[in-house]
Design a protein around this ligand. Structure first.
Ligand code: 13P
Ligand code: SF4
Length: 361
């Protein structure tokens, strides 16, 4: 393989040549060597804002996962922006295999089938569909068409408030944990949150009485990275390090989230550490690369990874220097690869749901 010094030189050369016409966005879970080459970094909400507000660039190279690049394409190419610019922004995902296993747990045909089955039990006109941004654009479009909205881990509660101003119930997909943890904070009980299992072929499995009594219907999806954090890890850290603060992402299961000191998006986690006093002790439950970066950036604090086993996002990790270099050079040379271009009709309706989210304060 190519020595990384050479890759770094080649990536730097493309960035210099392309100047402001190129915007490289990166999620906080990206590995350090990729983060080095990003213009802007953020959590999912911030990254969607950055794409929505991008003005001078003609291309966005997205160091993150597929649903993030789709969202960037939808927002950067919305009608008002297209009119201003006169041409589309090209969005590139350096490795097409950088998906999200949670997003893959809800397919549009399954969501539509669930909605149909649900309509035989409850009045779906009074149900607001809410999709976590970690989902395919087709699910965002479903929400746009059906009076629903998108949320991220940083605005989930405000989005659910928005939804309950407009309906009696929420259908929340694909992450049951974010849906449950957020609803619990709002005083909704576990009994009012049945889990909809898309693989339950017999409707009897999705208990009709539970659906009738529901406030929030959760989709049976989860993040394979965050489900690895366990309450016994929290107990052990508290025993071994008195005074330690447990800081987790709301994609962690309820049993961890309930006993943590703080829970929030990656942006929230970074801010909490930045604002803490020197000497603060943390055990952090989120993706490994972010926790390791925080450790390196904050030697004045004591930062631990909450799990004894490695929890890293294998798809985020697919974005590496060789893929970044390859996609950048092809972009510069007029032979772009891995362009993410969402279908027009899907874009239109996804945008409805995304704009509702961006308008929620
Ligand atoms: P946030 O950066 O919005 O907290 O999302 C975390 C995540 O799992 C992204 O896939
Ligand atoms: Fe998806 Fe989890 Fe990876 Fe985020 S960390 S991209 S939710 S699998």
């Amino acid at each position: 393989s190519m020595p990384s010094e050479l890759l770094i030189q080649r990536i730097t050369a493309v960035r210099e040549e392309m100047g402001d016409s190129l915007l490289i966005l990166g999620h906080h879970y990206q590995q350090d060597e990729v983060v080095e080459h990003t213009d802007l970094r953020g959590d999912s909400y911030q990254l969607s804002q950055m794409a929505a507000e991008s003005d001078s660039c003609r291309s966005i190279v997205f160091c993150g996962v597929h649903f993030m690049a789709e969202t960037a394409d939808i927002l950067a190419n919305r009608p008002e922006k297209l009119q201003q610019r006169g041409e589309r922004v090209r969005v590139v995902l350096p490795d097409m295999a950088a998906g999200c296993s949670m997003a893959d747990m809800a397919a549009i045909n399954q969501v539509e089938a669930a909605w149909q089955d649900m309509s035989e039990i409850i009045d779906t006109d009074r149900v607001i569909p809410v999709t976590y941004i970690n989902s395919a654009a087709s699910l965002k479009a479903f929400c746009g068409r059906n009076g629903g909205i998108v949320c991220t881990s940083s605005n989930a509660q405000a989005v659910l408030d928005w939804a309950f101003e407009r309906g009696d119930r929420v259908f929340f997909f694909p992450d049951q944990h974010l849906g449950r943890n957020t609803s619990l904070k709002m005083g909704i009980t576990e009994e009012q949150m049945p889990v909809w299992d898309p693989y339950e072929l017999d409707l009897g499995g999705n208990d009709e009485a539970a659906i009738e009594n529901s406030k929030v219907i959760l989709w049976k999806g989860h993040c394979s990275v965050h489900q690895m954090f366990r309450p016994e890890h929290v107990d052990l850290f508290r025993k071994q390090h008195p005074g330690i603060k447990i800081l987790v992402h709301p994609e962690c299961p309820r049993d961890v989230n309930d006993i943590a000191d703080l829970s929030g998006s990656t942006g929230f986690i970074i801010k909490a550490v930045r604002e803490a006093e020197p000497g603060t002790k943390w055990a952090i439950g989120t993706e490994l690369h972010l926790v390791n970066r925080l450790k390196a950036e904050h030697p004045e604090q004591e930062i631990h990874f909450l799990s004894p086993v490695v929890c890293m996002c294998a798809t985020m990790y697919r974005i590496d220097l060789p893929h970044l270099c390859w996609s950048l050079e092809n972009l510069r040379d007029g032979t772009p690869v891995n362009t993410i271009s969402v279908d027009e009709e899907v874009s239109k309706w996804s945008l409805v749901a995304l704009e509702r989210m961006l308008a929620v304060k």
